[in-house]
Ligand binder design. Structure first.
Ligand SMILES: Cc1cc2nc3c(=O)[nH]c(=O)nc-3n(C[C@H](O)[C@H](O)[C@H](O)COP(=O)(O)OP(=O)(O)OC[C@H]3O[C@@H](n4cnc5c(N)ncnc54)[C@H](O)[C@@H]3O)c2cc1C
Length: 438
């Protein structure tokens, strides 16, 4: 197991695309970076997406090399399955407490052969596939996980010993314990990312009850070739869907659920999924019900036009109610605003285009303020958007507010630069060991 040292230049919290970018930018400048990620693998949301708008690049194909580069950078130490428990100011820098959770596997000896996973007789719903697929009680998070080291889920393990018996390197260690570590760092970059609004945020949509009403991240997995089904079928009965609806702003711009802001990416991910869906299922009927389409980024308006030209239907309409037929089809009661009438329509599947909410709240860990929307407050929103209310602590990516991947990368680069400037201003590096240029 790697040793967590006592001192680093910068602590980056969260190993999604933003955190990896910040860590790499700082590492390239010669700064020593500790990147902590609470999941078993780095990669964040992006590594689970199918393809990305507007280019339709395979998401994991462009994310995985970035994950490998981060893990192997000589100035970046990646600690996965590790939680941040406390940050306090100490001199010009900070003292941080970390909790390394036990994997119950010796990560130094493990060769990632997956034998333990094959031998395990337990199957439980897989979080990475939003419960649609299954994983074992000992499992590597997904095919592209970095590191390729399993985690044993003690809540579901029966301790039958089969994994330990097949392991060629004798890695399974049922007695492994959590470890605490204290580190001193000159600056902190928070890249703790996103969650989507809960499925049950709007009761009328029954998102948590109806099998064929799915969240957009689950739809990314359904569309992925390495997803839970390996092909596009609906969850209730494995039928190929012929008619699908997207409900836009299902978790944003809605006073009734307390989320009044626009999440910026939902129009584009819905258009992307709709276009792809028509590639996967010939003659699929797909409709987006929306308030207005926001295609704000480079090439996005052109992608919207492409979606229309390829037969995606975009209807200004308010969905008032969702119900379920006996065969688990989904019935929408929609006010079609341009036609001025209310209709009931039946669909094989419905996707709730849920908005983005903060992936993590700092309360009790670090005294950084949140804005009214729950994302980290930016007291200098115009001139230094990555600055937080604590000098020396910076935020980037969706942790600082909803955004797409390119904007998350740009903002993470800004946070890295601000952290480097902070170190310089406080003569942090003079007091640290030699920096290693790559
Ligand atoms: C359905 C959907 C489809 C999308 N499709 C696209 C697309 O096609 N193109 C596009 O540009 N954008 C798309 N996006 C937006 C894109 O997902 C985000 O812009 C991007 O993932 C943001 O990256 P991030 O690093 O800021 O956050 P995340 O990807 O959420 O990464 C944050 C990481 O921090 C970790 N973390 C959180 N708290 C802690 C903690 N306390 N300690 C340690 N680790 C922690 C998390 O586990 C996670 O790994 C889509 C979003 C959704 C919901």
């Amino acid at each position: 197991m790697s040793t967590i040292k006592e001192r680093y230049d910068v602590l980056v919290v969260g190993g999604g695309i933003a955190g990896m970018q910040a860590a790499l930018d700082l590492g390239e400048q010669g700064h020593k970076v500790l990147l902590v990620e609470r999941q078993p693998s780095i990669g964040g949301v992006m590594v689970g997406l199918n393809k990305v708008f507007p280019t339709l690049d395979c998401s994991s194909c462009i994310c995985t090399p970035r994950m490998a580069e981060t893990r192997s950078h000589p100035n970046v130490q990646v600690e996965t399955w590790t939680e941040l428990t406390k940050i306090d100011r100490k001199g010009p820098g900070f003292s941080a407490m970390l909790l390394r959770k036990p994997r119950y596997v010796d990560s130094d000896a493990c060769v990632g052969c997956g034998g333990c996973e094959l031998a395990c007789p337990i199957e439980v719903p897989h979080e990475f596939d939003y419960g649609l697929g299954a994983r074992k009680a000992i499992y590597i998070e997904h095919a592209n996980a970095i590191p390729q080291v399993p985690v044993l889920d003690t809540a579901n393990c029966t301790f039958c010993g089969k994994c330990a018996r097949v392991c060629p390197k004798d890695c399974v260690d049922y007695l492994q314990e959590a470890q605490q570590a204290r580190v001193e760092v000159g600056s902190v970059v928070l890249t703790t990312g996103l969650n989507i609004t809960p499925m049950d945020a709007k009761k009328e949509y029954h998102g948590d009850e109806f099998a064929n009403v799915v969240n957009p991240l689950a739809m990314e997995r359904i569309q992925s070739s390495d997803g839970p089904y390996g092909t596009v079928i609906r969850p209730s009965d494995g039928k190929i869907p012929r008619k699908i609806a997207y409900i836009q702003c299902a978790g944003s711009r809605d006073k009734s659920i307390g989320i009044t802001y626009c999440s910026r990416v939902c129009c584009m991910y819905a258009l992307k999924q709709a276009v792809l869906m028509r590639h996967y299922v010939h003659d699929l009927d797909v409709t987006l019900f929306h308030m207005d389409i926001r295609a704000f980024g480079k090439g996005y308006e052109q992608f919207y036009r492409r979606a229309l030209a390829e037969g995606v239907k975009v209807v200004k309409g308010k969905v008032a109610k969702i119900s379920q037929a006996e065969n688990k089809d989904v019935i929408l009661r929609v006010e079609r605003l341009e036609e001025g009438r209310v209709v009931e329509e039946r669909f094989d599947m419905v996707v709730l285009s849920q908005g983005l909410v903060p992936g993590w709240h700092a309360a009790g860990v670090v005294d950084v303020d949140e804005a009214d929307d729950g994302f980290f407050a930016a007291p200098q929103a115009k001139l230094q958007p990555c600055a937080t209310t604590i000098p020396g602590v910076f935020a980037g990516g969706v942790a600082a507010g909803p955004k797409d991947i390119p904007d998350a990368i740009v903002e993470a680069g800004d946070a890295a630069m601000a952290a480097a400037n902070w170190l310089q201003k406080n003569n942090w590096c003079d007091a640290t060991d030699e920096v290693t240029a790559k």
